[in-house]
Design a protein around this ligand. Structure first.
Ligand code: HEM
Length: 512
């Protein structure tokens, strides 16, 4: 960084330090946390990567509410389901702001297309793409296996681009998909708490561009994002098929919603970005669980599938009520590897008190989802292990074999900011894992040179907005000839007219 910037930052730090010292006069203390140094606070102790692991340690030492001072910026880490729910959900009105992210009125439009009733209409198309995934994997990812990330990314991307804009993504090198992926990577870097000094000191945004390199980066990011979103939206509007772009444009015009041109395009792009990574990475963690955590859960899932579905057809969404063990696997994936182990940062509008502590206004609030999902008092013993049974009531069986427990699911976030795409994602991920378990033996890939199984580390992951498994190879071998018959017979879906399917979705939504 330029020395003038250092000088500006130092002066600001000093000012903020003095102001904050003066301001902290309330009767309740701040929550406990690691001992800060003057001026820089806890910056020197802040983890450089995989923060949730350190946050878990702090929660064990200091309790469920931990306070950090990051160069004057208060950061509150919440590490139990109860306190996180109390603050982010029950007091959602003051705890749902987010640093420099997202908009509020868009929630109304999101509800129209993402609530359980509309998302049920998308199931036939999600089923089509799930079948195509089976076809792609059986063609390319058997034997020694293949890096599976790209297959799942393409499947999820195709589901959301078709529904939002009317076009399928048939190739993982599709330029639209490549650009979304690249932009998502960049965005993920931007929004790391503390990644840019301007997050801590928004006043630095007033510096001229040559002293503020983040500005140029952000502008170029925005320009590319804008171009992609405008172009996708145009394709949606010009498409012959029903799609969510057309539908929401009509709603905005019909209901006279105050949404300047460009905002709807941006909103739809936000859905694409949010949907792609979360859904893809959850599916990849499922594959990881199959490869590294199988102590019998796959056999149990097969038993359920063979009893309920049989071998003459694929599982469908209608089977869900009769496949509780598959649902337990789905819940366990979100718990075992929540894609946002530090949640997404929230910001509280006003100072408040909770359990005898002061939570200063404008604190960055981190839901320590990793610690919550490891809580043995909620989820039973050995929370680092993948155990779908923890979601099923002991000894209580209905005709379909089990009853699901109602346990907290922090993997979707909290309060007003809870993931609006969760019903959409639940349907898609559930169906894909049911069909994958029905169809394939899922194993670690093997080296082509030695034939040896390649080691896969279930903890190796990236540290960004989304927790992503490092690339690994997996092999998908059909379980038997009955699987290959069905995949060859009905899973090459590119001959299906998706325009007809989309128009049917439009007609179904019209009846609501
Ligand atoms: C398994 C898949 C998914 C997971 C695990 C997931 C998880 C999350 C999480 C943890 C958040 C942050 C919540 C918070 O701030 O407390 C979030 C936000 C969001 N998600 Fe998802 N998500 C998934 C799929 C989707 C899908 C399919 C869509 C859209 C179709 C979507 C749309 C969004 C949006 C728009 C937000 C931002 C909400 C806001 O800030 O107001 N997500 N998601």
């Amino acid at each position: 960084m330029h020395s003038i910037t250092y000088a500006a930052v130092f002066t600001l730090l000093l000012g903020l330090y003095i102001t904050r010292r003066r301001r902290n006069t309330t009767s309740f203390p701040l929550p406990p946390g690691p001992t800060p140094l003057p001026i820089i606070g806890n910056v020197h102790q802040a983890p450089k990567s995989h923060g949730w692991r350190q946050y878990l340690e702090w929660s064990k030492r200091y309790g469920p509410i931990v306070y950090l001072n990051m160069l004057g910026q208060p950061v509150i880490i919440l590490s139990s389901s109860e306190v996180t729910h109390d603050l982010l959900a029950k007091r959602g009105a003051i705890f749902s702001d987010r640093p420099r992210l997202f908009f509020q009125k868009h929630q109304k439009l999101q509800t129209l297309v993402l609530n359980p009733t509309p998302v049920a209409a998308y199931l036939p198309f999600q089923n089509l793409e799930s079948k195509q995934l089976l076809h792609d994997l059986s063609k390319d990812a058997g034997g020694y296996g293949s890096d599976v990330h790209r297959y799942f990314q393409k499947t999820v991307a195709s589901i959301i681009h078709t529904l939002l804009y009317g076009f399928r993504i048939k190739d993982d090198q599709d330029p639209v998909l490549r650009e979304v992926i690249q932009l998502n990577e960049e965005f993920s870097d931007f929004v790391q708490v503390g990644a840019h000094i301007v997050d801590t000191f928004p006043v630095l945004n007033n510096l001229p561009g040559f002293l503020a390199p983040w500005k140029q980066k952000a502008e170029s990011h925005y320009t590319r994002k804008h171009a992609l979103r405008m172009d996708n939206f145009r394709r949606g509007i010009e498409s012959p098929a029903w799609n969510i772009s057309k539908y929401l444009k009509e709603v905005v015009e019909r209901d006279d919603i105050d949404m300047p041109s460009g905002e709807l395009e941006f909103e739809l792009g936000t859905l694409i970005d949010a949907a792609l990574d979360g859904t893809t990475d959850t599916l990849i963690w499922f594959v990881m669980a199959c490869i590294t955590q199988d102590k019998g859960f796959i056999a149990k899932a097969r038993e359920e599938l063979d009893t309920v579905v049989g071998r003459d057809r694929l599982p469908t969404p209608d089977d869900k009520p009769n496949l509780p063990y598959i649902t337990a696997i789905f819940e366990e994936i979100l718990r075992w590897r929540p894609i946002a182990p530090e949640g997404a940062p929230h910001l509280n509008r006003e100072e408040t008190t909770y359990n005898g502590y002061t939570i200063p206004a404008k604190s960055v609030i981190v839901a320590n989802v990793w610690a919550i999902t490891r809580d043995e008092s909620l989820f039973g013993p050995n929370t680092d292990d993948f155990v779908p049974e923890r979601w099923l009531e002991d000894n209580i069986k209905n005709e379909s074999g089990g009853i699901l427990k109602s346990l907290p699911v922090p993997g979707w976030g909290y309060g007003r900011r809870i993931c609006p795409g969760r019903h959409f994602a639940q349907n898609a991920v559930w169906l894909i894992i049911a069909q994958l378990l029905w169809a394939f033996d899922i194993k670690a890939g093997r080296s082509k040179e030695t034939g040896e199984t390649m080691p896969v580390d279930p903890l190796a992951c990236t540290y960004k907005l989304v927790m992503r498994a490092l690339p690994f190879k997996a092999s998908f071998e059909p379980r038997g000839p009955w699987v290959s018959n069905i995949i060859n017979g009905e899973c090459d879906t590119y001959g299906v007219d998706h325009v007809v399917m989309l128009d049917q979705i439009g007609a179904d939504l019209g009846k609501l």
